[in-house]
Unconditional design. Structure first.
Length: 458
């Protein structure tokens, strides 16, 4: 790092979210290239060479960048629909619309989703994309390009569905793939786009959609494919009571046992939601180190229930936070999920002891990095880790009277992002993206949402 260009950030509160939850009331960070070189209390050391920028971060809290562990970017252009539905009715209402998406729509939706997250402190994003209508174009490549140009670190969970209406599933017949087609396309996406290096900006996971939209064989062969290629696995699990009933009726067992029977528990697996988990399910996830993407706003929007996050954490289950698709979380922001995770879990059995502010921050940072398999590289502020971090402005009317900065960030209003760095590159300044034109993105998403609505109505 001796020859690397350095950025020095000083006079800020720092929450490292390392193993000891180390914090500094007033400290500094030194970024060298795309790595964190050093950090600590007080001012940066004298005599640093190649310092190209010094940032006076007075009034700010610096944290690791937020890590989003579950999303569906394409849903950005179907926000605000089916607002009074539970999950299954919501899917029935929206699948016929989603089945009409094309490459141009997906590009606009991905850029809208990414922009909203990035300007709110997300430095590592993921997208679970599983709708590939016949003739819709290169959707995976489009999404990956949008993430690269936005400047965020990214995991594409290449999804798939092969159980359509004719097989007892929910998607229209023309919106699903064949078993062999889905596996072949997924393998090609991994081979073309996955980067396994330490500072990778793009990774790919194998991600059949859910138990009620894919065949048992697609789950089983999908797991085998992922392990042969050395990538992670992702799907939806135990989201609703209806899903649990579906699994019992069709497979003679609950979702967790069904997943285990198909090879879908393990430290290389993470699942979205996991709301309806009994003690045995949680123990199985803990034993196998299977991760969970907790999506509190979406779970509430679709009346799915309250996930047992405190019990999962106590058992040792890796848990991160997810926005989920913006057709079930219209804000599309992850930093609001810190607060919602804390508040919603306090409505559960553990009440006021369910989560505290620092546990919520850990879910959104290190927990998410664990779930995505990237905890060695990001998720906490430590020397040698990637320079993915956020400066939250906490000296305005919204937060200035809250003495503890982590409490201010989690319990308070959504804090402004003064700066967000990914891989050592600043991508947000004073709440605005530096890598894209937000107004142009808004215009494009509005146009594509209207075009999709017209097509779906025909």
């Amino acid at each position: 790092m001796a020859a690397a260009q350095r950025i020095v950030i000083e006079n800020c509160a720092i929450a490292t979210v390392d193993a000891d939850d180390t914090e500094y009331a007033s400290g500094h960070l030194v970024l060298a290239g795309n790595r964190i070189e050093s950090l600590g209390a007080g001012h940066a050391p004298d005599g640093l060479e190649n310092v190209v920028r010094r940032v006076d971060a007075s009034g700010h809290l610096v944290t690791p960048g937020l890590v989003n562990t579950h999303h569906h970017f394409y849903q950005w252009i179907t926000r605000g629909l089916a607002t009074d539905h539970n999950l299954f009715n919501w899917l029935v209402a929206l699948y016929p619309v989603w089945a009409r998406i094309d490459e141009k729509m997906v590009d606009a939706a991905a850029r809208g989703s990414l922009a909203m997250m990035a300007r709110g402190g997300v430095t590592t994003a993921m997208d679970h994309h599983y709708v590939f209508p016949h003739g819709s174009g290169d959707l995976s490549g489009t999404i990956i390009r949008a993430a690269r140009e936005t400047g965020v670190r990214f995991t594409l969970a290449r999804g798939s569905m092969d159980r359509s209406e004719k097989d007892g599933g929910l998607p229209p017949d023309f919106a699903v793939e064949t078993l062999d087609g889905a596996l072949a396309a997924t393998e090609e996406t991994v081979r073309q786009h996955h980067d396994s290096s330490f500072d990778a900006m793009t990774q790919v996971a194998v991600a059949p959609c859910s138990p009620f939209s894919v065949s048992t064989e697609l789950l089983r062969q999908g797991a085998e494919l992922a392990r042969r290629l050395g990538v992670r696995l992702h799907t939806h699990g135990s989201e609703t009571v209806e899903e649990e009933k579906f699994c019992h009726e069709l497979f003679g067992m609950g979702p967790t046992d069904y997943f285990e029977s198909t090879g879908w528990l393990g430290e290389d697996v993470w699942m979205a939601h996991c709301v309806h988990m009994n003690d045995s399910d949680i123990a199985a996830f803990a034993r196998t180190r299977t991760g969970v993407a907790h999506c509190p706003s979406s779970n509430a929007r679709l009346a799915a229930g309250i996930a047992r996050v405190p019990d999962m954490l106590a058992a040792g289950v890796p848990v991160g936070l997810g926005v989920d698709g913006t057709a079930s979380n219209e804000s599309g922001e992850l930093h609001t999920e810190l607060r919602n995770a804390l508040l919603i879990n306090r409505l559960g059995a553990h009440r006021e002891t369910a989560l505290n502010a620092r546990q919520a921050l850990r879910l959104g940072t290190y927990g998410g990095a664990q779930v995505l398999g990237r905890a060695r590289e990001t998720g906490s502020l430590e020397p040698g880790k990637l320079a993915d971090l956020v400066l939250w402005k906490l000296d305005t009317l919204a937060h200035a009277s809250i003495a503890d900065p982590v409490t201010a960030l989690v319990f308070g209003a959504a804090a402004p992002v003064t700066a967000s760095f990914v891989n050592g590159r600043q991508i947000v300044e004073n709440g605005r993206l530096l890598t894209a034109d937000e107004d142009a993105i808004a215009h494009d998403t509005r146009d594509e949402a209207r075009r999709l609505a017209r097509i779906a109505a025909q």
